[in-house]
Design a protein around this ligand. Sequence first.
Ligand code: GJV
Length: 482
Amino acid sequence: MFKKVDDSIRMHQEDEDYSNPPEEFIGLSDFTSCGSDQLSFRAGDRLLVHTKTSADWWWAELGGLCGYVPSSYLKQDVEGSYLKQGVEEDTSEETSEDPWQDEEYFGSYGTLRLQLEMLSDRARTETYRQVILTNSASLRGKVVMDLGCGTGVISLFCARLAQPKAVYAVEASSIAEHTETLVRQNGCEEVVTVFQGRAEELELPGTVDILISEWMGNCLLFEFMVESVLQARDRWLREGGMMWPSGASLCLVPCQALDYYTERMGFWEQPYGLDFTALQSLAQSEFFSRPRFSHLLQPEDCLATPCDVITLDMLTLHVTDLEKLRGQFTFIVEKAGTFHGFTSWFRVQFQSLERDKTTLELDTGPFSEPTHWKQTLFMLDGPISLLGGETVSGIILLHRNPVWRRHMTVTIQWRISSTEETGNCMASILYLLGVNCNSHYLKCSLIPISDRRCGMLPVKNDSLSNSPLFTTYLQVYPFYTY
Ligand code: GJV
């Protein structure tokens, strides 16, 4: 049932004939090989693809060397082939596609559906209200920027609960047309100014003292709105100014997900007294190879104490840091249970403007009031029994998509160790934890757009050397929208 990815590739490769002429592709970003059968290349390199072995891995040549390369890292050399044919420079849709997908992105935020979802998330909205309320004295006379203000709720809290000098409410979607009206109807037009447009193109009268934004997506970073926030910070936040949130972290826990597992996998055991187990491997790849967004993890399904795997300081974080983020974890299993997967979520902190006051926090985890983000579940291929005292340790990698800038790939590489001989360490199955999530940035259902965005990213077996490692390969799934 568990198939080793690289073996299946190798088998295919042997069957291949080379009768088709190779196609030229260009590297979209650097790729470092993780084994002798892979080929490293740099962004901009021209590779000859001999065989499209699978959707994810292609057999290619560069500088006389051959090896497997991830297809998602390559783009067709449209320009080169056009020029070869003597056609003028390429202006096809292919190259004019927006890697930020702003039209779709801002289009979706122009609807009340998403605005309602965010506004009616009590834990979220109330945290921002509390931040402003508890800092109201220090906000007096300050200039605030509310980036991605939507309907303007945070700006209105500022104007109503504190006495800022000015609030710049910045919103790129068409909802901004209504925000102006709401500002007026709530009598805040003297203080709040709405700027309709992308924050990146904003022109302001001067710098701001506080930059407030609700930019967090699923697994903290999806949507990568954080890049807009960091750019606005570098351009408009005065020296010594405050960022809200001031800090953020991604949290992880190994967990049980018995109901979800039974619903999607167990079902095929004996529906209506029939044996449908032949569909189980299909079910597994269809249901478990992508993360499950909007999972509500029950506290009792946590197999260990959750931990922060990645933490970000919003004052010092650079846009370039977002390309690759890496975290480590060691979980000690607290009670025996079935390990079905990992669940992740985020926390953000709001440091007080006054030194001695406490930092407020929005925690979207299973031990806090549920939010509209809920949590994200990454299922294993199959359940594993764990005993109390065993450890689950490994690394998590967030790799931002080199082309589709609002997306990223999540890879979790892990192993189980125990003091006793439980057999877990000896398992020779290669688990494929398909945990990509080029996701769902619009907080909605998933439809693939194009195969071109599929791929696989191999992960190096670094940092974990002793016992057998459950190597995790990562499916880079198509991009989703609704
Ligand atoms: N400039 C202006 N408005 C923006 C920008 C930008 N660069 N990026 C996002 N928004 N927490 N993941 C707006 C977007 O239109 C929406 O109304 C809001 O910010 C997103 C807030 C929630 N998303 C999130």
